[in-house]
Design a protein around this ligand. Structure first.
Ligand code: XUL
Ligand code: CO
Length: 439
């Protein structure tokens, strides 16, 4: 463990099992436990989100932040960034999480010029690299913050002003350099300001083509400097823009096709972004997985009453189990993982709250995995779900699937077959499975 300065009252979090009443222990996440042929550690590849956990003081539009950051000791933001790395690695190792994720500006403050920003970032990258080496913690993905600075108010890669596009490129270049230097396994693009606030001042076609050109240039640069990982696009329908181009998984897949990016890019599905798009978390995971494009997951949770991106820590066992069934069926996430893109609430001000929140998220998914494994192995779930399509397995059904039947031939078959039998969809039976397998 690197230090014991920032969370001195917290010891290393361990697995104690379902019977424990210790809130600072895992009840279900046992990193060594093998489920469906893999350890829990390898199933999830959990990651801490640097921005929410170490940069976000929980201010909101109505008031200043409430969290105390003992690593903000200096008046110099660059010095504080160095203390912050120490604090982050202390937290990550005490929690026993194998990965972390960052934006360039989480790790190091922006300088007055591009070169100064690059210098700041390389200093912090060097420090993070030492901590990674010492602790064995790895980088799941890096990214560039192309949404906070005022210059991006009209977009980054899709900005109508070419000068701004160049600034965005400079940032992505440095963030890719940092990701490669730290052995990052993926690189994320979240298009926070890539979209529009009103169509009347927007040439949507041109902006989308610019985004494609920008991503191709970024991809080529990354490959040139030896990035062998996966590029990920993170869909989100709105917020901060009224409409974001990476609306949901299906929209992003269409965009990747159109822009010839399918070879290198996959999707990073965030639970709360899926629900903002009026889908379930499982829906967007399923859409990405069936296209062979499920790259990684930002694990969090929305709120049934509020429409916005609340980024709660995940606690919903039903959502977790549903998603874990899809993952088991599609062979997992590697080299992606589960990044807790989630924040503790404004009034969660004790240092231990951050631990408790992550423990809850990890246990929720661990339990979801156990439930999913039981359902896949020991229930009729797959037979019922996939068996519904057995009429396409051979004969004319298969011929139809293979594109061999004309509309007239289908019509003649309808006459020959007569009125179809009623076949139950068995929804309630399937819905009850999760409840039945919570042990
Ligand atoms: C914002 C969001 C981002 C991305 C990375 O809603 O999810 O933090 O995950 O830029
Ligand atoms: Co996210």
């Amino acid at each position: 463990m690197s230090t014991n300065k920032y969370f001195p009252d917290i010891k290393k979090i361990t697995f104690e099992g379902p019977e424990t009443d210790n809130p600072l222990a895992f009840t279900h996440y046992d990193e060594k436990r093998v489920v469906a042929g893999k350890t829990m550690k390898d199933h999830f590849r959990f990651a801490v989100a640097y921005w929410h956990s170490f940069c976000n003081e929980n201010s909101d539009p109505f008031g200043v932040g409430t969290r105390d950051f003992p690593w903000n000791k200096s008046l110099d933001p660059l010095e504080n960034a160095k203390f912050r790395v120490e604090a982050a690695f202390e937290f990550i190792t005490k929690l026993g999480i194998p990965y972390y994720c960052f934006h360039d500006r989480d790790l190091a403050p922006e300088g007055k010029t591009i070169t100064e920003s690059e210098k700041n970032l390389s200093q912090l990258v060097a420090l993070a690299k030492e901590h990674q080496k010492e602790t064995g913690v790895k980088l799941l993905w890096g990214t560039a913050n192309l949404f906070s600075h005022t210059r991006y108010m009209n977009g980054a890669a899709t900005n109508p002003d070419f000068d701004v596009v160049c600034h965005a490129a400079a940032q992505v270049k440095a963030a890719l350099d940092a990701t490669v230097e730290l052995g990052g396994e993926n690189y994320v693009f979240w298009g926070g300001r890539e979209g529009y606030m009103h169509l009347f001042n927007t040439d949507m076609k041109r902006e989308l083509d610019h985004m494609g050109a920008f991503l191709r240039a970024a991809r080529d640069y990354g490959r040139k400097i030896g990035f062998e990982g996966v590029y990920l696009i993170e869909p989100k329908p709105m917020e901060p823009s009224k409409h974001q181009y990476d609306f949901d998984a299906a929209t992003v897949i269409g965009f990747l096709h159109e822009q010839d990016l399918l070879e290198d890019f996959k999707l990073n599905i965030e639970a709360n972004h899926a629900t903002l798009a009026s889908h379930t978390f499982a829906h967007d995971v399923q859409v990405a997985a069936q296209a062979g494009l499920l790259g990684s997951i930002d694990a969090n949770r929305g709120d049934y009453q509020n429409g916005w991106d609340t980024d709660y820590f995940p606690t919903n066992l039903y959502d977790a189990a549903e998603v874990m069934i899809i993952l088991l069926e599609h062979g997992g996430l590697e080299p992606g993982g589960f990044n807790f893109d989630a924040k503790i609430r404004r009034n969660s001000t004790d240092p231990e709250d951050l631990f408790v929140a992550h423990i809850g998220g990890m246990d929720t998914f661990a339990r979801g995995l156990l439930i999913a494994d039981e359902i896949v192995k020991n229930s009729d779930y797959q037979n019922i779900r996939y068996g519904r399509y057995s009429s396409f397995d051979d004969g004319d059904g298969k011929n139809f699937e293979d594109g061999k039947l004309t509309l007239e031939e289908l019509r003649n078959l309808a006459i020959r077959k007569g009125e179809p039998q009623k076949r139950s969809g068995k929804q309630e039976l399937l819905e009850n499975l999760i409840n039945r397998h919570i042990r």
